[in-house]
Design a protein around this ligand. Structure first.
Ligand SMILES: [Zn+2]
Length: 257
């Protein structure tokens, strides 16, 4: 993220009652160490070794993993933050990660009539995946987007005409921290009588089996990157060691996505 963008976002934060000045906020920066990235971020076994290596390199070079002091949307504090925006800013990188995911959707023979994604960063991942599926011989996928509120929570479907009753729908998002966002997407989709085939994410901060999936919500649950190792560096705000030791205010993550 360019410094000017960060500064303008931080200026917005000054309007918040609990943030008085830039100086109180923790500084943060990208981790550019492949070994550290590999130790925190595990790539799905279905990607081959060459692609795994490429992905590690992309995550390292793009500043996908930030280090500092962050408050996550869940309210938890963490030393680390996953920035899909940093990765997806480059079109070749966005295309490469979308293709890795699309190939696995094809290999797993998941039928998709429509993809629903939130209007936030998940939307560009979703639309590139939809385009690649079509290019690789799958049928044209309807793209449907959900409006989100200030907390990035999906609230309503923007172009709902794309969601026809009986459609086979895949729910796509860039990152999943608690699972609350994708649950909202699921609830919005099922209002239209569709069949949810499953969930696809670029990365999660929890193990897939620890995410509270809506009951009967499809069998396919896939994240290209498992960032659950970051949970060891995630704390309740009341006992965050970074707050205690460094006495900095965490950077609200909603301004980084
Ligand atoms: Zn803290």
């Amino acid at each position: 993220m360019r410094l000017s963008v960060i500064k303008s976002k931080l200026t917005e934060m000054l309007k918040e009652p609990n943030v008085d000045s830039f100086d109180e906020l923790a500084s943060f920066g990208p981790i550019n160490d492949e070994k550290l990235i590999s130790s925190f971020l595990k790539i799905d076994h279905r990607a081959n070794d060459v692609n795994k290596q490429k992905l590690i390199k992309m995550m390292t070079e793009s500043g996908f993993l930030l280090e500092g002091h962050f408050s996550l949307l869940s309210g938890m504090h963490s030393k680390y933050f996953l920035s899909f925006n940093n990765l997806a800013r480059s079109t070749p990188r966005l295309h490469a990660v979308s293709e890795l995911i699309a190939d696995i959707i094809i290999d797993e023979r998941i039928e998709v009539d429509a993809i629903i994604a939130p209007e936030t960063a998940g939307s560009y991942l979703a639309s590139v995946i939809g385009g690649i599926l079509f290019k690789k011989g799958k049928k044209e996928v309807e793209m449907v987007y959900a409006k989100t509120d200030d907390d990035k929570k999906p609230t309503s479907i923007i172009n709902y005409l794309g969601l026809k009753a009986g459609s086979k729908v895949l729910i796509v998002n860039d990152l999943v921290t608690t699972g609350a966002g994708i649950k909202e997407l699921y609830n919005l989709s099922t209002k239209y009588g569709v069949t949810v085939q499953g969930f696809v994410m670029f990365a999660t901060r929890k193990r897939l089996q620890d995410i509270p999936w809506p009951p009967n919500s499809g069998q396919f649950r896939f994240a290209l990157v498992d960032g659950s190792a970051l949970e060891n560096h995630t704390y309740r705000s009341s006992d965050c060691p970074i707050c205690k030791n460094e006495q900095t205010k965490p950077v609200p993550s909603m301004y980084l996505n």
